[in-house]
Design a protein around this ligand. Structure first.
Ligand code: HEC
Length: 143
């Protein structure tokens, strides 16, 4: 039985509109060199050792239909894991600690600013993130 949680999580993720801290995308591009051995982003990106990292931020984990994720990853996704700032930061800091059994053989990024920067670099490749619903204009208490 495959729970259809990712769809629900995607909707919730959009509604929650998580705040992402601001890293430096130019610095992030340099940090991304460490990821490039396994990951590609952009229009012509292909799955390599790791999945394409387009449309990953703010989205449920393990959404790439052509990539064979570890069972650790698919289980986490079935349990509702969404790549928001908190989960992604924890995963990139210590992949194996955040997700025992993940196939991502990466030691992790030690510096919090490297993580923020690489997230800032990846952000434009997840355009769904920027699609802010305009009807979200809540009653603002002015004063
Ligand atoms: C040695 C190869 C390798 C390196 C280096 C690596 N990754 Fe990964 N990454 C993977 C693999 C393999 C997976 C799939 C993990 C699984 O299925 O458990 C993955 C998964 C991910 C995911 C989840 C994708 C999804 O579709 O849910 C993200 C996000 C990610 N990596 C980001 C990064 C970033 C950012 C870096 C650099 C800081 C990086 N990775 C470095 C191999 C790598």
């Amino acid at each position: 039985m495959k729970p259809r949680l990712p769809m629900i999580a995607a909707t919730l993720g959009l509604l929650a509109a998580p705040a992402w801290s601001e890293g430096d995308p130019a610095e992030g591009e340099k940090v991304f060199r460490k990821c490039k051995a396994c990951h590609e982003v952009g229009e012509d990106a292909k799955n390599k050792v790791g999945p394409i990292l387009n449309n990953v931020l703010g989205q449920p984990a393990a959404q790439n239909p052509d990539f064979k994720y570890s069972s650790a990853m698919t289980e986490a996704a079935a349990n509702g894991l969404v790549w928001d700032e908190e989960s992604l930061t924890a995963y990139l800091e210590k992949p194996k600690e955040f997700m025992p059994g993940t196939k991502m053989s990466f030691a992790g990024l030690r510096k919090p600013e490297d993580i923020a920067d690489v997230i800032a670099y990846l952000m434009p490749f997840s355009p769904m993130m920027e699609d802010e619903p305009e009807e979200e204009a809540e009653t603002e208490t002015s004063g």
